[in-house]
Design a protein around this ligand. Structure first.
Ligand SMILES: NC(=O)c1ccc[n+]([C@@H]2O[C@H](COP(=O)([O-])OP(=O)(O)OC[C@H]3O[C@@H](n4cnc5c(N)ncnc54)[C@H](OP(=O)(O)O)[C@@H]3O)[C@@H](O)[C@H]2O)c1
Length: 243
């Protein structure tokens, strides 16, 4: 697939991993429709930066936990960009819980953001790809799904679901659309955990003894987008942590 002039829609595209993906897409000539929710200032700063790459960039503020509003959101993106060729389901939240600490009121937003929104967006994306057209979907999963550690119990369930949905959709949407996943491992500290020495954690847990980065994820997004014979795949970027 020649990426130049393609149109991409990315959720949670303003900060961290999503930001790196938005930037990398624009460097390859891809027009980017960036969804954000709370990170309005970062989104606007990113828009001004990557528009310099000569691509079209627009921001779409939306809380994707409102899954009933997603068809309208996608229609707005399509109205502005025309056919969307690439969908990146990147937005996600990362609550820590176990089965015994489960609070039922947190389940709906967690599953809506991490799993149901990607499903609805995959459907909306697939509807607008013509019978003789081609599209590519990438779902950002998590290398944690390869280990059954009950820490982050519900989060893992959503990401296992997203990986299973990736394979199911790869079969259902072939041959028009490829659907692949990227599973990042240890990358950078989360809000509230900035005190952690992440390099030390990597030396303890990661065979390659280094941290990943948003840029590595973004480079692998481009790699997947350039492949035409790859679907239902999951690129694990974890330095060997979950072998
Ligand atoms: N960082 C890691 O080490 C790591 C490892 C494995 C997997 N992942 C996965 O990689 C993806 C990105 O992670 P990250 O660490 O870069 O992001 P993050 O710091 O966890 O931020 C969450 C992202 O999701 C968006 N988001 C959350 N709730 C949303 C909502 N209701 N509506 C719209 N957007 C929403 C946020 O947008 P706003 O800020 O605009 O609200 C933000 O872009 C996630 O799916 C995560 O599970 C990350």
């Amino acid at each position: 697939m020649d990426l130049n002039g393609q149109n991409a829609f990315i959720t949670g595209g303003a900060i961290r991993i999503g930001r790196a993906i938005s930037k990398e897409l624009s460097k390859h000539g891809v027009n980017v429709a960036i969804n954000y929710n709370n990170s309005g200032d970062q989104a606007e700063q990113l828009r001004q930066e990557i528009i310099q790459n000569g691509v079209k960039v627009e921001l779409f503020k939306a809380d994707i936990s409102d899954i009933h509003g997603l068809p309208e959101l996608f229609a707005k993106v399509k109205q502005s960009f025309g056919q969307i060729d690439i969908l990146i389901n990147n937005a996600g939240i990362y609550p820590r819980d176990t089965l015994m600490s489960l609070k039922t009121d947190t389940l709906d937003p967690l599953f809506a953001i991490n799993l149901f929104a990607p499903l609805v967006l995959m459907r909306e994306f697939a509807k607008q790809i013509p019978d003789d057209g081609h599209g590519k979907i990438i779902n950002i999963v998590d290398a944690k799904i390869f280990k059954n550690d009950p820490e982050t119990f519900m989060y893992r369930l959503t990401k296992v679901g997203l990986w299973e949905a990736t394979k199911l959709a790869a079969i259902e949407l072939a041959p028009r659309i490829t659907v692949n996943a990227i599973s990042p491992g240890l990358m950078m500290s989360l809000a509230g955990y900035e005190h952690l020495n992440m390099q030390a954690v990597a030396e303890r847990r990661v065979p390659l003894k280094i941290l990943g980065s948003p840029e590595i994820v973004a480079q692998n997004v481009i790699h997947i987008l350039k492949q035409d014979f790859m679907t239902g795949n999951n690129i694990i970027l974890d330095g060997g942590e979950y072998i």
